[in-house]
Design a protein around this ligand. Sequence first.
Ligand SMILES: Nc1ncnc2c1ncn2[C@@H]1O[C@H](COP(=O)(O)OP(=O)(O)O)[C@@H](O)[C@H]1O
Ligand SMILES: [Mg+2]
Length: 255
Amino acid sequence: MTTLLKAHELRHSFGATPALDGVSLEVRRHEILAVVGESGSGKTTLLNVLAGRMNADQGTVHYHDGANLRSLSELGERELHRLQRARWGFVEQNPRAALRLNITAGGNIGERLMAAGDRHYGNIRAIATHWLEQVEIDPKRLDDLPMNFSGGMLQRLQIARMLVTEPELVFMDEPTGGLDASVQARVLDLIRSLVRRLGLAVVLVTHDIGVARLLADRLIVMRQGLIVESGLTDQVLDDPHHAYTQLLVSSVLPA
Ligand SMILES: Nc1ncnc2c1ncn2[C@@H]1O[C@H](COP(=O)(O)OP(=O)(O)O)[C@@H](O)[C@H]1O
Ligand SMILES: [Mg+2]
C-alpha cells in the first residue's frame, strides 16, 4: 500500500516544554489514522508539523509526490502551498477560523478552487453546488453568508470547501470538538461516509475515544509527546496494553 506521509523522529519544544519527543509514523493511502491522547499530549503540534504548517526542531516529514517520497523541507513555499491547497486538506476544530464569514457559502468553496488554480470560472457555481449537496447543505444556501449558519452547518461548509479540490490526504484537528453532542453525531456520520466514498486518507486528532472508534482504521496513542501504543483501532481499544491507554479507554483521564 502506498505511503502518503512518513514522519521520522520528530522532536519539538516550546521553551522548556517538549511537545514532540521523538515521534515516527506512516500514513497510507485510503487509511484513517487517529491520534488520541489527553489534552497537552502533543496531538495538535504533531498535526501541524505533518501538515507542513509548522517546522519541528528535529526530524523529517516525507510526502508522496505521486512518484516518490520527498522531504517537505525540500519544498519551496509556493510548492508547499500548492500541495496544501489542492492535494491536501485541513479541517480546523473551529470552522470560523477556516471560513470567511463575510463572503457567500459558494464563494468560500470557489475561493479554494481558484486558489488551487482552477480557471473554469463558469463551472465554479456548479461545482460549489455539488459540494454543498455532498455535505447535506441545501444548495439554495449557495448565496447566503455563512455568518447565519449553525455550528454544524459551518463545519459541514468547511468540509465542502476542503473537499472541492478532491484532496488525497486530509488533516483534521478535533473536527467535532466544538459541536453540541446531538450535532456531533451527524457530522461524524457525514465524515465517515465521505472519506470512505472518496477514498481519502485522514490523520484525525481527537481526545474522544468514541470518535476514534467510529472513524479510524488505525490509531496511535500519545502521551507527553511520545507514542505509547499504536495498532489497529479495534485491537488497541479492545485490548489496550499500555496502562495509559487503559485509562484513556476507561475515560478516567480528563479531556
Ligand atoms: N504555541 C505554543 N506555545 C507554547 N506552548 C505550546 C504551544 N502549543 C503547544 N504548546 C505546549 O505543547 C504541549 C503540546 O500541546 P498540543 O500539541 O497543543 O497538545 P494537544 O493538542 O494534545 O492538546 C503542551 O504542553 C502545550 O502547552
Ligand atoms: Mg490540540
